[in-house]
Design a protein around this ligand. Sequence first.
Ligand SMILES: [Mg+2]
Length: 281
Amino acid sequence: MPPLLLTLKDETFYTAASEIELVDIAPTDSRHWTQNRLRGSTKIFWMTSLSPSGRFTCTDEGNENLLMKYTTLFLDLDDTLYPRTSGLWEAVGGRIQSYIEMKLNLCTEDASLLRAQYLAQFGTTLNGLMRNHQVDPMEYLDYVHDVPVENLIPPDPELQTMLASITIPRIVFTNAYLDYAMRVLKQLGVSDLIDQVIDILALEFSNKPDPLAYHRALALAGNPSPATCLLVDDRETNLSAAAELGMTTVLVGDGAAEETIDYTIEQIHGLTIAVPSLVRK
Ligand SMILES: [Mg+2]
């Protein structure tokens, strides 16, 4: 099959063949950005050239998937569905810190170092504590999630509206604990808008960014093709692992130069603006 020719028109990309809108874009002359947006929209096109007339040529890799839509939206919980500035994750972090100090009889500084080491090495502190100190995971989860969720994050009507507009399954995929996740979702006012919560128990204590956690999450979600899935997360390492599997990735937070990040949004509310196909019928 020859390369597919697409036409740049009124700041919107269309396929010449099918007139399917690929992505709504802002004006840009950034080749890299355009490539990423196309990847994010379809996962099949790789821009190979861009002429002064505004026509560009893509490889034909995966053109049979041109009509493909996203089928599954995976959403991280902490610092993704609520603002990093809320203090909620800091509160959980404080409980993790005090658990380590108490359980391992460490001073604050040593506990802090150990926590950072385990987070970097295993993705969660719990994983390191289970492997190296045989802690009871349920005791840990109960202890660290005993935080005043209701005092730290307000209901979020804008998030409710945004999630309600999304037409594919919305699945929370978190390294946290189901009871805590449900408290957060209820407090935000979105528990009825989440189709499934995949937590650390459902993941059988594997966790992002371990590839096993993603395989288990996909299985629990009904085995959608990773190429039709999006992951929204505030941690680049978690997104890079998803990209390795072929998922589209959305970073919530500061912009990233990582090639594995397809979209970057400042806050979760910008998701459907960045990926408008999520709300298409
Ligand atoms: Mg997070």
